[in-house]
Write a protein that binds this ligand. Sequence first.
Ligand SMILES: Cc1cc2nc3c(=O)[nH]c(=O)nc-3n(C[C@H](O)[C@H](O)[C@H](O)COP(=O)(O)O)c2cc1C
Length: 462
Amino acid sequence: MGLCLQDWLDLVAQRAPEELVRIKRPVAPAQFESAAVVDSLERQGRLPAVLFEQVSDLKGRPWQGAILNNTFATFKKVALALGLDSDARLPLLERILELAGQGIPPHIIPNDQAPVRSWLRQGEGLDLSRLPIVRHTELDGGPYLTPIVCAKNQDGRYNVSWNRMQYLDKSHLAIYMSPRHLWSYFAAAEAEERDLPIAVVLGHHPAFHLTGALLTPPGQDEYHAAGGVMEHSLALTPSQVWGEDFLVPAEAELVIEGRILAGRRCVEGGFGEFTGYTGPQRLSWVVEVEAIYGRQRPIIIDIFPCQTEHINAHLPIEASIYQRAKQAVPGVAGICWVGSGGPFNLVLSLKKRTEGEPMRAAMAAMSASNFIKHVIVVDEDIDPEDKGQVMWALASRVQADQDVTILKNLQGQVLDPSLRHEIKSSGMIIDATKPLDRPFPQRGEVPAEVRQNLDLARYLED
Ligand SMILES: Cc1cc2nc3c(=O)[nH]c(=O)nc-3n(C[C@H](O)[C@H](O)[C@H](O)COP(=O)(O)O)c2cc1C
């Protein structure tokens, strides 16, 4: 058998019990209740995983499973998902890259051995309102799922991505796709007037979910990459609707099968997003649902989109950005995107060998992802995760007329509320490194050997 969500919950309970809170009281997710609990905890600076053990469905009826929030809210929990003890950023990013790069081929098991096939709703019995679909923020256009979507392209390769989905009616969801792989799979199908079959996974081992935010090259199969990230071959089973033509994760908690409809659009949103703002209503795509099935007592992973857990779930994207920047400039020593003070800011640190390297590293990072709008490059003596140090470098190493470069007409992130055009954006690179071609003052510091040999306690004794 492969890995499942319960394996990770058991690991967290054993290795980091302070990272998991169980809520036994009944909670109504569709009435903002689970979101309010997660929000209140975060306002107190607390980010444990929260397992809501008794939740009601969309219509307020008791549901048989649970909802899990804050799965990715701390690096500690992400580290446990990736088999690491250290929750330091660079080892985490390097681990994600190593695991995804190695990949492990999936294996297929029959439906009757697949834990996700414990019950099935199809035809007359199918009703999405029997699921606990969550309302997160006030101006959301409706209740939303925040699942992983699996799709297959014409070459037979599977894509795994995170896509928000809004409840429309008992057999329809709206899906939001920005122009990346899933979007291109659908565009290819729609060009031939075909619907795109998808399997929507509402809970699996967190390492599987992290695969959803990998910027894998188009030629790579993401079921294969998921096996690598999970360090276990992903168990797959034939789908209910398309049989062996479409394989779905057998150890998921709950799966919805459906088709993104060619030639159909609907109003979707607003939606409180990772930017911290409510995005506008848009014309999005319609999913017709054909089957729902799950484990006896499924646990749905929900992501509160305006909170830390959403930003942190993007760590695999940060890993790819780091990789791209380091390939361009080997002296790249550190990175901070997630937690950089805003979703579109990136800080890179590097050991500069020649002038111009900061610019090359910044441009490589920008080309890796349209999530990057502003890049600040600092020397390796500055910790990119320490906003105070970064601001000091900005204050003391930058002359704006020389060191700030403005870029125009970049493909931006459509969720950026500051965009003035639908998708075109501008970018800014700030080179906050010390010059190599002229003298620059050294830091004012007590001599290192005096500092190291100082027994401070002795001076404070009386
Ligand atoms: C929690 C979370 C939610 C996301 N929601 C969406 C979404 O609704 N639509 C979208 O296009 N991308 C969304 N993303 C980003 C994509 O999942 C991510 O960029 C992924 O790499 C895209 O995969 P693809 O290029 O294989 O389609 C989300 C990411 C995370 C971490």
